[in-house]
Design a protein around this ligand. Structure first.
Ligand code: FMN
Length: 326
């Protein structure tokens, strides 16, 4: 008989003594620079882009770089993707050793067809397999293990799956309120998320379509322990600061104001600087073209130029059109 694993840390339990806003994992977005920016703006913790467990174990450069923390990175949850218990066990152990995250998460929500049958949302069709993976990961690490699910593959099975995950020993469950078949269409079903939160004992984070402070607090009413914010934080990391200001009583919902052009420009430049430090100027700027224009939703005239910038000084030239001091 396998001994019940000892969890040495209580990161989730400690953090969720009050509701929290967390940066959701997003492949292609939640790299080290953006995670750092989100923490600087008050995200309680961040989740890495999903790491293919098999590639990470094999030392594959791309898989490894995706999850690599910046020096001293705090509050990083590392997310693993895969479907083989031994591989997940070993990858969890390696991640704890090499990246020093605060917890390890299992991806049960990625609907990408090119990864079909290898983990992600497919595990919602074979949840017994997911429970096995969680048990294996818990044997491999002394950190808390969590899972991020969708409601189901093509129908809502979230209650059954959440109860199974809880029995397998997860410390937290995040529910993105869509099925895998829905991908990103329609709206997240927060009633379904609320039912999961009411049913299991472990904390549940809700996720889906939270774009502003008002929506964050409305979603907390469903009884979730916190909310993960993904797309709503891209080009808008101060959403975390605004939420924290309301939560600590410094401002009311709806009175925290909008970010000024100057703040938007400064934050876009900070993001750019972090990207350049991490990837070098060439890749750092190119990789950020898909994000830079999102910092300026009210200045569509700048978007074409922002999607074409090659250097930091080109970016500064574009931003000077805003007539602000940088
Ligand atoms: C571009 C993109 C990449 C994503 N990558 C991941 C991922 O690697 N792991 C994961 O669990 N979810 C991933 N998601 C799902 C998000 O974490 C989140 O659940 C979803 O976007 C709904 O939340 P939102 O409306 O706040 O964005 C991704 C979403 C997007 C848009």
């Amino acid at each position: 008989m396998v001994a019940e694993p000892v969890v040495k840390t209580q990161f989730y339990v400690e953090m969720l003594k009050q509701p929290r806003a967390v940066l959701a994992p997003m492949a292609g977005y939640t790299d080290a620079p953006f995670r750092r920016l989100a923490l600087e703006h008050g995200a309680a913790w961040t989740v890495s882009e999903m790491l293919l467990a098999r590639g990470f174990l094999a030392g594959d450069r791309q898989s490894t770089e995706l999850g690599a923390p910046y020096p001293g990175e705090p509050n990083l949850v590392l997310q693993l993707f895969g479907d083989d218990p031994q591989v997940l066990h070993d990858a969890a152990a390696k991640a704890e050793r090499e990246f020093a995250p605060v917890a390890i998460d299992l991806n049960m929500g990625c609907p990408a067809p090119k990864l079909a049958g290898r983990g992600g949302a497919c595990l919602l069709q074979t949840p017994e397999r997911a429970y096995e993976l969680i048990r294996a990961m818990r044997q491999g690490t002394s950190l808390e293990v969590s899972a991020k699910i969708r409601l189901g593959w093509d129908e809502n099975r979230s209650l059954e799956v959440a109860l199974g995950l809880e029995a397998a020993g997860v410390a937290l469950i995040t529910v993105h309120g869509r099925t895998s078949q829905q991908r990103y269409t329609g709206f997240a079903d927060w009633e379904a998320i609320a039912k999961v939160a009411q049913t299991v004992q472990v904390p549940v984070l809700g996720c889906g379509d939270v774009l502003n402070v008002e929506q964050y607090f409305a979603r907390l009413e469903t009884g979730v322990a916190g909310v993960m914010i993904g797309r709503g934080a891209v080009g808008n990391p101060w959403i975390f600061r605004q939420i924290n200001a309301v939560q600590s009583g410094q401002s009311g919902v709806g009175t925290q104001g909008v970010a000024s052009s100057s703040e938007r420009a400064q934050t876009a430049l900070r993001h750019t600087q972090l990207n350049i430090e991490w990837y070098g100027e060439f890749h750092g700027i190119r990789q950020l073209r898909k994000v830079l224009y999102k910092y300026f939703p009210d200045q569509p005239d700048l978007h074409p130029a922002l999607k074409r910038v090659n250097t930091r000084s080109e970016l500064e030239t574009v931003l000077h059109n805003l007539n602000i001091s940088l």
